[in-house]
Design a protein around this ligand. Structure first.
Ligand code: AMP
Length: 112
């Protein structure tokens, strides 16, 4: 399978503005930000989407949920929104699981 753009970023084949990294995940600024802070948090394991995660990925998914607020805090955010677009019909364009972390402006609800 060809690498996704996020795998290339993880492997440092493509540059990105990285704001956090550990053994399991990487966070970098979205190239087309939709808010003053728009960071993508991605597992290093190449899961295409959430539904591809298995029992064995439980701690990885938990890790992402624990790290997301730390990344947000590191960006100066107290309030923020996490979004996972799941499938093309929901707006997913990169098929490597990622959490959007948005903040820095008033966020309306419901989202479009
Ligand atoms: P999604 O539409 O949920 O799959 O989100 C993919 C996101 O990746 C979009 O918000 C894009 O702007 C972002 N994106 C695509 N290529 C890059 C890149 N090279 N560096 C940073 N963000 C990117």
């Amino acid at each position: 399978m060809a690498k996704t753009i996020f795998e290339k970023i993880i492997d440092r084949e493509i540059a990105a503005d990285v704001v956090y990294e550990d053994d399991l995940c990487l966070a970098f600024r979205d190239i087309n930000p939709q808010a003053p802070v728009h960071v993508l948090l991605v597992p290093k394991k190449p899961l295409a989407k959430l539904a591809d995660a298995q029992e064995i990925d439980q701690s990885l998914l938990g890790h992402l949920m624990l790290i997301a607020p730390k990344v947000a805090e590191g960006q100066g955010l107290e309030d923020f929104r996490l979004v996972v677009n799941h499938g093309a019909g929901a707006g997913q364009t990169v098929f490597h699981l990622h959490l959007h972390i948005f903040g820095g402006r008033e966020l309306s609800w419901p989202p479009g």
